[in-house]
Design a protein around this ligand. Structure first.
Ligand code: GAR
Length: 186
């Protein structure tokens, strides 16, 4: 069975969804890794029997040093694919040049790269919102898009309802993309 490692920083709703939909059915979630010791996802993943490594970025003096430890930890699991699901770090070439990773982003890239993508997308004059999954490259949220899914906002859309639509898409698009990638990469 193919192996994946999942990186996250916060609530971990995508992490839990991936464990639920994929683990030991389509692939093995060998570990999750977070940069935040207080991430709520840690306990929830632990309850699902997934080992979580904490690499606290505040203990490192440079991005490169943090990325080096992250890469070392990832390599120990020998994953076929690394999945960034709400992992809020700017990565250096130490990571991007040695790890095969995909990232989930809550906008229709190349629109709204970077932080607060949902809010900026909601506040824009675009009729559509959406979600992207892309390869991780040196450019922040700039690697090749693998798949995207969009929706047209309703007339009475609020930030809350807009966010819920994005969440719902994320929870189908990311697992589907992983299944496709792992099955095409024999
Ligand atoms: C998700 O909406 C994901 O698309 C976004 O963070 C959220 C994590 O939620 N990622 C980014 O904005 C990356 N730039 P979760 O922790 O509940 O899965």
């Amino acid at each position: 069975m193919k192996k994946i490692v999942i990186l996250f920083s916060g609530q971990g709703s995508n992490l839990l969804n991936l464990i639920d939909q994929l683990h030991m059915r389509h692939c093995e979630v060998v570990a999750a890794i977070t940069n935040r010791p207080d991430a709520p996802g840690i306990e929830k993943a632990g309850q699902q029997g997934i080992h979580v490594d904490i690499i606290d970025h505040t203990h490192f003096t440079s991005r490169e040093a943090f990325d080096g430890e992250l890469v070392r930890q990832i390599n120990a699991y020998k994953p076929d694919l690394v999945v960034m699901a709400g992992f809020m770090r700017i990565l250096t070439p130490v990571f991007t040049q040695s790890v095969k990773a995909i990232n989930l982003h809550p906008s229709l890239l190349p629109l709204f790269k970077g932080a607060k993508a949902i809010e900026r997308s909601f506040e824009s004059d675009k009729a559509d919102g959406g979600v992207s999954v892309h390869w991780v490259s040196q450019e922040l949220d700039g690697g090749a898009v693998i798949d995207q899914r969009s929706f047209t906002r309703s007339e009475d859309e609020t930030l809350e309802s807009f966010t819920l639509k994005i969440r719902k898409i994320e929870h189908t698009l990311l697992p589907e993309t992983i299944i496709t990638l792992l099955s095409s990469d024999k």
